[in-house]
Design a protein around this ligand. Structure first.
Ligand code: F0G
Length: 431
């Protein structure tokens, strides 16, 4: 299901720069919101009914360090840091829109399946607005502690299912209609309306100039679908004259989109995708009992619910799909961290994907590239600590088991005696 507007009745702006008027009225929570200051482009509910908890105060930052790592000219790589959201991930953009719709229909309980960030965001919105109560379905042992701690602390009813995200997703879709739970996963089209604004803020950060590439990790494929929809609408409205190319990056251990798009050539095909090939692939996953497995637990998903919408986005944006190893994800994540904007492993996939595409010559050295950092570094401290550890046993347990065998950019802690001279000696030696 899609949200479709009658643009003749809605009143879209005549130029993107019109949105700059909101910059002067930050005391208005809806102008402050990085979602609702673009209300004219997601006018599915009256402005005065919009729900906000201060989402979308995020940053587009030029990163020459990451540009060098990826193989791009200085000044051409930008990081869109969605970790700055109230709950620490991009999900808050979509949740603000979903809550606005939920309120308009009087929903009292909301549910999601989650690899962690959707549940953290849902729980935060419930705790902060008191509009609904949260029920979150998570795969047992499949969620990073930073995210689980948020769901618990914010008071969500947290149901740990003996299974993974794909199991939890299936169950929540069965149970939500039976119990009248408002579903906030990205199958909910209003979620995608909120997430369109990530692209509006990217354009805003580039003074309304369209970059050459948007690179985004792919899990349930809500973001990539929303980005495509945003650019399709902007083009239709004449607010941009070209669309960027889209690169969706899977983890190699959770690579359904890559497999279908790049290896089996499934295309949106103007609305007639080859669904038989997709169904056959899903049957194959079942028959071989293949489960998604990656250190980037946020995108440990084999059955993305927005597959077809993402194919549509790939068609509109002349997109490509790549898969990257856990090794490359963690190395890229460390490079992002070294530049001062920490991200969680899934977000590192976007930088690892950009590097791969650059090596393959798909992205040119002078292309302007925006990588989306979807979630904050503190979401998954275990992965970060294991990468930088001196404890070989910990490294092997957390990372070695996933095929990661080196930490090229590790910053190891230095152990010293509790002694002034020893401490000074260590600092002189290592700094
Ligand atoms: N990055 C992070 C940090 C995520 O949490 C997710 C999805 C993605 C990327 C993938 O985005 O689904 O739009 O392709 N996390 C979901 C969750 C599945 O439950 O928190 P997508």
């Amino acid at each position: 299901m899609d949200v479709v507007y009658d643009w003749d009745r809605a009143q879209p702006p005549t130029a993107l720069a019109d949105f700059e008027q909101h910059w002067a009225s930050r005391s208005d929570p809806l102008s402050l919101s990085g979602v609702w200051r673009f209300h004219d482009l997601l006018p599915f509910a009256p402005r005065e009914t919009a729900v906000t908890i201060g989402e979308g105060q995020t940053l587009l930052q030029r990163s020459d360090g990451v540009a060098k790592y990826v193989g791009l000219s200085a000044g051409e790589l930008y990081l869109q840091y969605e970790g700055l959201n109230p709950s620490g991930s991009f999900k808050d953009n979509g949740m603000a829109a979903a809550f606005t719709h939920a309120r308009s229909i009087g929903a009292t309980r909301a549910a999601c399946a989650s690899t962690g960030n959707t549940s953290a965001s849902l729980a935060a919105f419930c705790a902060s607005t008191k509009l609904m109560r949260a029920v979150v379905f998570i795969g047992s042992g499949k969620i990073a502690y930073g995210k689980l701690s948020q769901a618990l602390d914010f008071g969500a009813l947290t149901v740990q299912i003996a299974g993974d995200f794909d199991d939890a997703m299936r169950r929540v879709r069965e149970i939500a209609p039976r119990m009248d739970l408002y579903l906030v996963n990205s199958v909910n089209p209003f979620r995608l309306e909120g997430q369109k604004t990530i692209m509006l803020r990217v354009l805003e950060g580039l003074h309304w100039e369209v970059p050459d590439w948007i690179v985004v990790p792919g899990g349930n494929l809500g973001n990539s679908s929303a980005f495509g929809k945003a650019f399709g609408e902007l083009k239709y409205l004449g607010l941009i004259d070209r669309v960027p190319r889209l690169a969706v990056i899977n983890a190699a251990g959770a690579d359904t989109l890559f497999e279908l798009f790049e290896n089996r050539s499934v295309r949106w095909n103007s609305g007639n995708p080859d669904t038989a090939v997709v169904d056959q692939y899903h049957e194959q996953l079942d028959a071989t009992k293949r489960r998604a497995s990656t250190i980037a637990s946020a995108i440990e998903i084999n059955r993305p619910v927005n597959l077809y919408k993402c194919l549509r986005a790939l068609e509109l944006c002349d997109g490509v799909v790549r898969e990257v190893s856990d090794q490359n994800i963690l190395d890229a994540k460390a490079q992002v961290g070294a530049g001062g904007l920490g991200c969680e492993p899934a977000s590192g996939a976007s930088v690892a994907g950009a590097k791969l595409l650059r090596e393959q010559g798909v992205i040119g050295a002078d292309d302007r590239v925006v990588c989306i950092l979807t979630g904050h570094q503190l979401k998954d401290p275990d992965a970060t600590i294991a990468y930088h550890t001196t404890d070989q046993e910990m490294f092997n347990r957390v990372l070695g088991s996933r095929g990661v065998n080196r930490a090229s950019f590790a910053n190891r802690a230095v152990a010293v005696q509790n002694d002034v001279d020893e401490i000074i000696k260590a600092i002189q030696l290592y700094s």
